[in-house]
Design a protein around this ligand. Sequence first.
Ligand SMILES: *Cc1c(COP(=O)(O)O)cnc(C)c1O
Length: 391
Amino acid sequence: MTTKLSPQTTLIHTDYTPPAGFGAFPPAIHHASTVFFENVAALRSGDWKNKTAYTYGLHGTPTTFTLEARLAEIEGGRFCLLAPSGLAAITMVDFALLKTGDDILLPDNIYHPNRVLGNWLQEAFGITARYYDPLVGAGIAALIQPNTKLVWTESPGSVSMEVPDLPAICAAAKAEGVVVALDNTWSAGIALRAFDLGVDIVVQALTKYQSGGADVLMGAVITRDEALHEKLSNSHMRLGYGVGADDAYLVMRGLPTLKLRFEAHDAAARKVAAWLKARPEIAKVLHPAFEDCPGHAHWQRDFTGAGGLFSVLFDARYTEEQTDRFVDALQLFQIGYSWGGPNSLCVPYRIGAIRQGWGDAGILVRFNIGLEEPADLIADIEQALGQLAAA
Ligand SMILES: *Cc1c(COP(=O)(O)O)cnc(C)c1O
């Protein structure tokens, strides 16, 4: 076929070649630590970074290479490295690019463990970690110093959901030769073409939508640039990152339905968010597809969808005790971290305590809308809102 296939079709029609005479869709699961070499010359010529050769289970198997190729394709990148978690993928990037004396910039709404990592790099390794307003846009140029080596971005940012002006940040960083990494987990690589906007490195927590089953932890780092990929490969090797073959298979099993699930989460989340927006108990719905979400215009320009994650800010008249009662009263929403699995989830946050500029904004609840019927979820929220006023 000469026509370009649509993204949904490419999730199913991959270039995987099954063993001769065994034409089946699922890729093989290969388990191995030791990989045998044919002779000493083959052992000596083995380069663990060369994806065409296998040298040791830790450095890749046909199963992990197949998953890496599929993830690179989905994201529009060329190279991919797997990590044992999304957070491990983030760590791989920092350790690939930074040394003592360097400086990194992170948005104030970065995924919290990434902030903890930045602070640790500062305290233990003599790297400075500075935090910027996620809506800084081209203003990032004024923050870049001669020793700035990396700008982290996340779109939208965690919990408070501001959508940054990625092309403006990337252009300013590029002008100074600074690498931009994006935590693209929220869009699953489905709803944002990060590399086309100028991003150099994409991180995915495959734990979320790619797995889709809430049953596996994994991360990926994806690039287009070969020199950057080589630095990341060194970091991957030195940190000793490997992923289990069965886990890699679990993530692969989720990929054919990734886009359909993402779209189902998206449609349901917009229904629930719109219902919440009309409620008097809710001061603000922070959903990137809604006009009053900070950075909404960037979402509208850069994204093609939204997934299942958004937050709401309760009216300031409610105490934390009341909003905790609301969360505890929910029956279809589990209380728990992560997202992208079948279950709806929620987590309450004292947003003023974790974000600059939010003062005493009150209690924010982050919702992950799962794959349940949205009408059932709305009915559940309605009964739980009734608990807000209870004595
Ligand atoms: C969950 C998440 C991660 C980390 O993934 P783990 O596999 O849980 O370590 C990183 N970034 C974002 C935005 C996430 O939501």
